[in-house]
Design a binder for this molecule. Sequence first.
Ligand code: MGD
Ligand code: MGD
Ligand code: SF4
Ligand code: MO
Length: 770
Amino acid sequence: MVRIPSGRRATVATPPGGPVSTTPDSRTALRICPLCEATCGLTLTIEGTRVTGARGDRDDVFSQGFICPKGASFGAVDADPDRLRTPLVREDGELREATWEEAFDAVAAGLRPVVERHGPHAVGIVLGNPNVHTMAGALYPQVLLAGLGTHSLFTASTLDQMPKHVSSGLLYGDANAIPVPDLDRTDHLLLIGANPLESNGSLCTAPDFPGKLKALKQRGGTLTVIDPRRTRTAKLADRHVAIRPGTDATLLAAMAHVLFEEKLTDLGELAPLVQGLDEVADAVRDFTPEAAAEACDIDADTIRTLARELAAAPTAAVYARIGSCTVPHGTLASWLVDVLNILTGNLDQPGGVLFPQAATDKTPRPAGPGRGFALGRWHSRVSRYPEAKGELPMAALAEEIDTATADGEPVRALIAVAANPVLSAPDGERLDKALDSLDFMVSVDPYLNETSRHAHVVLPPPPPAQSPHHDFAFNTLAIRNQVRYTRAAVPLEPGRMAETEILARLVLAATGLHGADPSAVDAMVIDQTLGKSVKEPHSPVHGRDPRELAAALTGESGPERRLDMMLRLGPYGDGFGLRPEGLNLDKLLDQPHGIDLGPLQPRLPQPLKTRSGRVELLPRPIADDLPRLRDALRERPEGLVLVGRRHLRSNNSWMHNIPALTGGTNRCTLHIHPDDAERLGVRDGAPVRVKGAGGEVTAPAEVTDGVRRGVVSLPHGWGHDRPGTRLTHAAESPGVNVNQLLDGSLLDPLSGTAVLNGVPVDVAPTGATL
Ligand SMILES: Nc1nc2c(c(=O)[nH]1)N[C@H]1C(S)=C(S)[C@@H](COP(=O)(O)OP(=O)(O)OC[C@H]3O[C@@H](n4cnc5c(=O)[nH]c(N)nc54)[C@H](O)[C@@H]3O)O[C@H]1N2
Ligand SMILES: Nc1nc2c(c(=O)[nH]1)N[C@H]1C(S)=C(S)[C@@H](COP(=O)(O)OP(=O)(O)OC[C@H]3O[C@@H](n4cnc5c(=O)[nH]c(N)nc54)[C@H](O)[C@@H]3O)O[C@H]1N2
Ligand code: SF4
Ligand SMILES: [Mo]
């Protein structure tokens, strides 16, 4: 049991880490940064109600003072004058400012007739990335989904990490059981399709990821990076392998082949927990390094060396992100990452990859067989894509709206929360038109942007300084168990509504309860959760009276009471008095810099929820998809392929409006290798046309040997040139929408994830024919 410190409540946050330059009426407040997955603790300087500075909080138990340029610009992000201050409601085709009451009246009046006439699936829900960075996004979308009962759910996961969820679901029986690399202790990190020096890490929450990679090298460890671009992360590596995009699954299968062939597999303590080892050996038999070499454009010796190094390292972690997920074999690549960790005995071991245990996880049930993971319980209407984790592919959103079929209703109304699919998903032009054709659309978004401009109602959440924060999602992916909560740093401005209340009211308006008290939503969740918990034998509250438990909850608001409940029911919790030394909201509030809960611990077999109760190494859907990968061994793309890239001072589609975070190297240019540029007559700085299956864009060329031959790179989230938006600064250098090059037809079939990397394109100087 981890000791939960007790201490006196700090009413005013003390300036940690020494003096801050403040004026007499300035103060400081703590705020966990919501601008990327690293979740750094910030110390904000506040004058009146304005954030005038941000520094890393040196006393933060997790981030210990780390901050990046985005976090340092927190004040500018918070105070962007283009942020909407009041709801907008469409009247006679035009959006006008409205009261909250008018806005929610319009939401209820827009959504209910669609549900009543066409059924729940005619209402689509689109959830974007910032939902994992807000408390509201963690607490209400599930309630909305359950309340509406729609199957039309589309999220940024199918533009991102869905392959990993599917792979974890199949291997471990739990789509959210994602092991993370033990960055602080590993001897060898094999990093694939990730660039944490720009992204600050993903599916691996680690403040100061760059510092941790440097520390790995300083303690004698090795870093290998697989990336078609020589990224800043690759430059730090001991070995950089510039793979042909889209072929990681082939490379990883060949590495597994080598481990079997050279008898380098050693499952160690995992052996009794794993079934299907021989079947995997059979499955990768055709993937000889020689067969993979040409497909991946990596010589066979290098493939063997990668496998041997992995096996020889005292501890090692294979970690892969976007570049391995948003590709045609994303789920197979994600699966093979874990297979390699398992074959080398590095799963669930210190220095390898481990399952975090967050404070808001439920108290784990005893180990044993579970219900397993099902795929394809329903299908999309038009292309019959299988659902994965309850979601349909974001790439199918446009067709689900604009295409009628004999069976089922098209999506006629849309609820978009923190989502900008017009820029982030394939074929924004088609989506533009589809959104315009909807009977009704509501966006919960701080900006009037490429997507929200189509809404009939826009509900703007307050800026982050006015919102409390706890990382429900990222603590389950953190490289150290810890828990932190920061209340709003400044009070809500007059006329503002907390995003938690916006979403609670949205739940009510969508489910026919418009006008009810929004706290009823939290009360209902609390009742249901406690009612279920008291019936579970392993729960710390087994057999107790749920009403008595609900009455014991503390917190100033519904969301805080829900956080208190989750903490108290959780693995470190006080169990509502059962474990008085355990965690609750009051104790967390007493520790404004957070509570460290220790390094990650081995947890198997407890996290397994497969039907067998073991790790199922070769699940049926994976086995069925392997022939497609065998076919890919023979593929040799002729022309250029496109990959993405991220910039440290950017974040997907919504940070180009902050002058402090734009300009310099953060530009929407096409990276192209000098040899390709010469062959095609492309000059550095000159505009080039890029054509893909979904359309064409023109962007300035940036000739650089930072990309390998045969590969070009454009960043995503640009293309801020559409009318009817309110993004003053972004519109000055709009860039182009890379996703216009995609037609949305290329998906990883198991996860429904869009292929955003390794996409065939043609490139020519403007004026030349394509
Ligand atoms: N080509 C290509 N496309 C990609 C990617 C790629 O690598 N290449 N990456 C993909 C990935 S990984 C992702 S996650 C998606 C992201 O795709 P999206 O989630 O659609 O896009 P974002 O730009 O993250 O932001 C979504 C919206 O959230 C709003 N927002 C910001 N803060 C808040 C808030 O606090 N509350 C609310 N309610 N809204 C807020 C923003 O204004 C914006 O409109 O893009 C994907 N698209
Ligand atoms: N600064 C900044 N930080 C961010 C974001 C942002 O937009 N900007 N977005 C956030 C989000 S939503 C996410 S999901 C994470 C993503 O976090 P990361 O996955 O670290 O993101 P990227 O920087 O896009 O790195 C992906 C790398 O994959 C490479 N790649 C492309 N195709 C292939 C391939 O086929 N094989 C291999 N091996 N590599 C390939 C690309 O060249 C690129 O360097 O970042 C988060 N953090
Ligand atoms: S690394 Fe991420 S969480 Fe940390 S300060 Fe930068 S943007 Fe914020
Ligand atoms: Mo993402």
